[in-house]
Design a protein around this ligand. Structure first.
Ligand code: ZN
Length: 211
């Protein structure tokens, strides 16, 4: 059993509302052997569309969404499909090379896709928690990140309607992770130095295997 899975079970024990579906913030990766080959093929095809570490777009601050038109809703739909195929629970537009302040997520399977345009964290709790996170843009990397447990986020939906979200636990974590992407921030920037070092090594090795 991986550490990440243990982490998930601990989380599940303390927060039963968050059905323990997901191993780490963006992706499920270590249990590939148990996945249907078709699911793996679909996942790999989806991941090919996700910008990876080293791509300068991941370090670029995204611009506000100004037009809430059919093109934007299309973008939301495409991001949702890509996220599902990639077995992720969150995706920022930055990760598909679109510098829009737009993110999608779904932390409970079967729940409708949540889309947040122009999200702003209006309040976050003093209480913080450390948990392991993965990222579709950082293959093989899992690092611990400390984040506020509760956040209140103002945003707009894909029609431009204002929304206010009070999120805790995994949902709060995913929103913060994706919002970081919109500012060009990666989990590597938020983890202790020793973990960052081994993550960088893992990324280099991954690149050598996937030239
Ligand atoms: Zn990510």
């Amino acid at each position: 059993m991986s550490d990440a899975l243990e982490q998930r079970q601990e989380d599940a024990a303390t927060a039963p509302a968050e059905a323990a579906e997901i191993e780490s913030v963006e992706e499920v990766e270590d249990d590939v052997a148990e996945l249907d080959p078709e699911v793996v093929a679909r996942r790999d095809a989806a991941l090919a569309h996700v910008r990876k570490f080293g791509d300068p777009v991941l370090r670029t601050k995204a611009r506000a969404v100004e037009r809430f038109d059919e093109a934007l809703r299309d973008e939301v739909r495409r991001m949702g499909l890509l996220m599902d195929d990639a077995l992720g629970i969150g995706l920022a537009a930055t990760q598909v090379g679109v510098l829009h302040r737009l993110l999608v997520y779904r932390v409970q399977s079967g729940a409708p896709l949540a889309a947040l345009a122009n999200p702003v964290i209006e309040w976050s709790s003093k209480e913080e928690e450390i948990a392991e996170e993965g990222c579709l843009s950082l293959p093989t990397v899992h690092v611990e990140v400390e984040r506020p447990v509760h956040v209140r986020v103002r945003a707009q939906d894909e029609y431009g309607e204002p929304i206010l979200i009070e999120a805790s636990g995994l949902e709060a974590r995913v929103i913060q992770h994706e919002l970081d992407h919109l500012d060009g921030v990666l989990i590597l920037d938020r983890t202790p130095r020793d973990q960052r070092k081994s993550a960088m090594r893992a990324l280099r090795e991954w690149r050598e295997r996937h030239p």
